[in-house]
Design a protein around this ligand. Structure first.
Ligand code: ADP
Length: 359
């Protein structure tokens, strides 16, 4: 076996570190004939840096002490080139336990090493892109927010003068609505980038679930009424108190209700219903809308996921709302799930939060 294995280099080394036997596989892998290697110090097969660091002696000391030394490292061929070797050095002893020498088996693993390096490079490049994306998101959201504040102020001033000519009423309404929708997008972007860099802090307090849900419904009301949906809210009669950041939790439900309104054809139904299950409060936001295809469901909470960009973009979105929902709910120690039976079968989002107490 030792003579015929050409994929492995097999060698016997004396206690003086000199090669006693050198297999044909070793001849092939190192490019050194057995006649040249016999009697030579095994350190000849190590690269210069390892010799300087005392690796050959160390390897023998480890094998001597523990029976075997297993290592992957660069090694040198006769022509000075290197290859990545995976191998083991075994201490050989007689029946009395006296050290006879060492056996070494190794194989050329350069390809594996190169593949690993390529994966590592790809990972590093992806991580760098991810960092650049975070910086970009943060810069973009700040840059977009800056012109929005004066725009919104200007619209308010026009509104407050109360002297808008009747024919300007519609354009002014459009300006106000578009500014509000841009503001929501920019706020979401800003939050996503803050969560990405761990900069969001919850201001938790004891809050009543029904108050949060009702105030979310109020905020999302224009989107719901604008598409003539029927919205029904069903919550338990007793107040459920949870430990939460009311503004952030409202944002979660606003996003879910807005989505239900956006992705449901006009005149649909939206139900919000809440219950307590054990020590969890569970809120479902369900609609009779276009639904979410099976294959997209597992990624629906990932940043920038959109079912079909044309469909979503026509509704004005960037695929960040659900990512925000998930991150905010997770920050609250809760979870969010989605269910949809497919195209046009509606969707159901379920938010679970730890309950504090029931009053
Ligand atoms: P956006 O709505 O801005 O695109 P979201 O993160 O809120 O981003 O939603 C991601 C995608 O999930 C949407 O583009 C849409 O395709 C799908 N989606 C979200 N909510 C619903 C829903 N209630 N019904 C159907 N599809 C939905």
């Amino acid at each position: 076996m030792a003579e015929q294995a050409t994929t492995h280099a097999i060698m016997l080394i004396g206690t003086d570190a000199r090669v006693r036997w050198w297999s044909p596989g070793a001849e092939r892998i190192f490019g050194i004939p057995s006649s040249d290697m016999r009697g030579q110090d095994i350190s000849k097969t190590f690269i210069a840096e390892d010799i300087d660091r005392g690796v050959p002696d160390h390897e023998m000391a480890v094998a001597k002490a523990s029976g075997a030394a297993e290592d992957d490292r660069w090694m040198a061929r006769a022509d000075g080139s290197r290859f990545w070797a995976g191998g083991v050095l075994i201490a050989l002893r007689d029946e009395r336990g006296d050290l006879l020498g060492f056996g070494k088996i190794l194989r050329d693993r350069t390809e594996v090493r190169e593949q690993l390096d390529a994966y590592r490079n790809r990972l590093e490049a992806a991580a760098a892109t991810d960092r650049r994306k975070d910086v970009f998101l943060s810069t973009l959201s700040h840059e977009l927010r800056n012109p929005l504040a004066p725009l919104s102020n200007a619209a308010q001033i026009i509104r407050m003068t109360g002297k808008t000519a009747p024919e300007l009423e519609t354009p002014l309404k459009i300006i106000e609505r578009q500014i509000a929708s841009l503001q929501r997008l920019v706020d979401d972007l800003l939050d996503v980038s803050r969560i990405g860099s761990g900069k969001i802090e919850l201001r938790k307090e004891k809050v009543a679930l029904d108050e949060v849900v009702h105030s979310a419904v109020e905020t999302a009301r224009p989107a719901v009424d604008g598409r003539r949906h029927r919205l029904e809210v069903l919550l338990p009669p007793t107040s459920i108190i949870i430990e939460a950041d009311p503004a952030r939790l409202r944002q979660v439900f606003v996003n879910l209700i807005n989505n239900a309104a956006k992705y449901t054809p006009e005149g649909g139904n939206i139900w919000i219903n809440g219950t307590v299950e054990g020590d969890e409060v569970v809120v479902h936001v369900r609609d009779t809308g276009v639904g979410i295809p099976h294959d997209v469901l597992p990624r629906i909470f990932e940043l920038f996921t959109q079912v079909e960009s044309s469909r979503s973009q026509s509704q004005g979105g960037m695929g960040i709302g659900l990512n925000l929902v998930k991150n905010l709910v997770t920050l609250h120690g809760g979870s969010v799930q989605v269910r949809s039976d497919g195209e046009n079968k509606g969707s159901r989002f379920t938010v679970r939060l730890p309950v504090e107490a029931r009053l």
